[in-house]
Design a protein around this ligand. Structure first.
Ligand code: SF4
Ligand code: SF4
Length: 84
């Protein structure tokens, strides 16, 4: 989960058009980086006018899901309940 977009994103589109791997898509409130496509070139971080993209050290995150933007997380109530 290296490069992460934060809520500071103003959806300017600079990172989307500048990503040579087409790893970034614009969501409703902010852009999102597909870690499976990202080659960690750092272009998006450099292009962002509001510093909404940063490099997240994997070692700082015990659970990689913690670095996923909140609106991408599965709501608690929709998680399957384990069998008794
Ligand atoms: S680091 Fe490079 S490849 Fe990854 S999302 Fe940013 S611009 Fe795209
Ligand atoms: S460059 Fe920054 S502000 Fe613009 S869409 Fe990308 S993350 Fe959002």
């Amino acid at each position: 989960m290296p490069y992460v977009v934060t809520a500071e994103c103003i959806l300017c589109g600079a990172c989307v058009s500048g990503c040579e791997s087409n790893a970034i898509t614009e969501g409703e409130t902010q852009s999102h980086i597909d870690v499976n496509l990202c080659i960690e070139c750092g272009t998006c971080e450099a292009n962002c006018p509001v510093q909404a993209i940063y490099y997240a050290e994997e070692s700082k995150t015990a659970n990689p899901q913690d670095a996923v933007p909140a609106d991408l997380k599965m709501p608690e109530e929709s998680k399957p309940t384990p069998d008794p």
